[in-house]
Design a protein around this ligand. Sequence first.
Ligand SMILES: [Zn+2]
Length: 64
Amino acid sequence: MAAEKIHCLYCNSLNELSHKHCDHCGMAMPKSHPHSAAYRQKRFKWAVVAIAIFCVFMMLYLPR
Ligand SMILES: [Zn+2]
């Protein structure tokens, strides 16, 4: 897997995800950045689970 890059929240320069501090301004990098793919995938997975539960509930609840 290629190293993921994220933008610094303070100066918006690109940094390696593994870096703890920004190369440009030295501020601490966030662990879970909204721009990171991992965060988006996690959100997407939970949205799918919520929709699936909702569909099953409606199938059982609504009269046919
Ligand atoms: Zn920075």
